[in-house]
Ligand binder design. Structure first.
Ligand code: GRF
Length: 192
């Protein structure tokens, strides 16, 4: 079976990236991680990539805080295309993508978000869910568009909010669900 070429982008510790690479290694996901990219020099996700022998690169983001400088985003697209990336997987990537990425990878960029979208987009959504008194929250995988966590939802997984939950305990429970859900959704892209 032909393997789907993945490019994984992240700014943080890389637990979702690790879960994806583990499923590939275990032979459960007919995909190949062709490149891991981070906008943070010492992000754990780059160490995860090295551990699994995946090509990886730190891409200095430029002067903006929430997006890439236009020339940097052009370079990102070039690197991904050159590596043969067919599906771009955002795994804790803390910047919005614009052009040329959105045009080059239309409906081929996905993100995982720690809430049941469309509820609680944006940052620290587990805190938002807790503050709102939700009994159930969860995580969502969605297509990436120009907005923040606003693209079409592909799949969701529910997670209970338990009595006595702190933001940390709830976030940890959501992340366990994320690590199961993301490889499952990527598997759907491998089938088409
Ligand atoms: C995840 O919890 C995800 O929901 C959010 O960023 C976090 C990244 O964590 N988008 P990690 O780097 O995959 O450990």
């Amino acid at each position: 079976m032909k393997k789907l070429g993945l490019g994984i982008l992240g700014s943080g510790k890389g637990s979702n990236c690790r879960a994806i690479l583990e499923q590939i290694s275990a032979g459960n996901l007919p995909a190949e991680a062709r490149l891991v990219v981070s906008d943070v020099f010492d992000a754990g996700i780059l160490d995860v990539a090295r551990e699994f022998g995946v090509p990886n690169v730190y891409l200095p983001p430029g002067k903006f805080r929430t997006r890439l400088e236009p020339n940097v985003e052009m370079e990102l697209e070039r690197l991904l295309q050159q590596a043969g990336v067919e599906l771009v997987v955002l795994a804790g990537f803390m910047r919005v993508l614009k052009e040329p990425m959105l045009g080059a990878y239309r409906r081929r960029i996905i993100n995982i978000h720690p809430s049941l979208l469309p509820k609680f987009p944006g940052i620290e959504s587990w805190k938002q869910a807790l503050a709102a008194g939700e009994k159930i929250t969860g995580c969502s995988v969605h297509y990436v568009d120009a907005g923040i966590d606003s693209g079409e939802v592909i799949a969701r997984r529910k997670v209970p909010v338990l009595p006595g939950d702190t933001p940390e305990s709830l976030h940890a429970r959501i992340q366990i669900a994320e690590r199961a859900l993301y490889p499952e959704v990527i598997a759907q892209f491998c089938e088409v």
